[in-house]
Write a protein that binds this ligand. Sequence first.
Ligand SMILES: Cc1cc2nc3c(=O)[nH]c(=O)nc-3n(C[C@H](O)[C@H](O)[C@H](O)COP(=O)(O)O)c2cc1C
Ligand code: SF4
Length: 152
Amino acid sequence: MQDALKDGLLFSEGEIVVQMLAACGYDALEISQGLQDIGRVTSFGDWSGTPMRSKINKITDEGYFRSWCHEIKQVIAKPTILTGGLRSYEFMTNIIENKETDLVGLCRPLIRELNLISRWQGRDYRKATCISCNKCITELLLKGLLLECYLT
Ligand SMILES: Cc1cc2nc3c(=O)[nH]c(=O)nc-3n(C[C@H](O)[C@H](O)[C@H](O)COP(=O)(O)O)c2cc1C
Ligand code: SF4
């Protein structure tokens, strides 16, 4: 929707792109944030301006692209996939029931817990154990290590 880099894509431009993609016939659109050129990122800092935010400590920190999804729902009729910081089954169920999004997307929680969906299907509804520390990404990008959870 909007680039994480200062001179990258603006939200207003992202909105136009979304409408073009919807008109092209995409079945659904994932609402997230872009990194136009990850090669230009020299320091990952606290990750606050990236799609992979850290510090998701409580349920109100989850779904940090929720307001973008709300705005996009006003301009397209296609199903949305909200991603970004979703950790609790309860949170995801609520936003789908409230029709804030049609689908949800998970990334880091599935790197840490390959069986997360089966766990929830088995009615173990404890939140994902990923703490969003981003070690998986830094080990991948900076050291070229395999993509896996490096939280010890
Ligand atoms: C290892 C890794 C690679 C990713 N690669 C991409 C990518 O190529 N394009 C993209 O739009 N987002 C990418 N993302 C961002 C995720 O799609 C997702 O938006 C983000 O991790 C937030 O969701 P989460 O809190 O469930 O991890 C990547 C994330 C991780 C952890
Ligand atoms: S290293 Fe593990 S706990 Fe940390 S963000 Fe990656 S998957 Fe989550």
